[in-house]
Design a protein. Sequence first.
Length: 140
Amino acid sequence: AAANHGSRSSSSNDNTKRNAANKAELILEQLEECDYVDADTTSYNTLIDAYAKAGLPRKAAAILKRMEENSIINDHDDDDDDNGGIIKAKPDIISYNSVIDAWARCREDGSANKAQAILDRMNQLYKKNTATTTTEEETR
């Protein structure tokens, strides 16, 4: 009976974490749609971490991808809208590491490859940003 209780407790804890992560995503969606408050990197990272701790690496990866896509859109935005092209929620090392950790803890086949792919993408973006920064400094 004790083994059964431990299993139910673990399952209940997993459900609690998943429910909390889902609620956090609803809050993030409200921030994304809000005109007077912006979702920032910490907002996204908190949600990514919640999904990672809930054992939902696909959800964590989806939020990272959404964050990347939103930062690209905002970075290339030339309109006179509210964000003015300012990136408010660009993925950082915490964003990528949280998703890598989520895949590393996952027991699915191929999860190690998915973690490696995120690491490779992070390294590629870092190299691209370093090259861009170096080029900008050389032209000054």
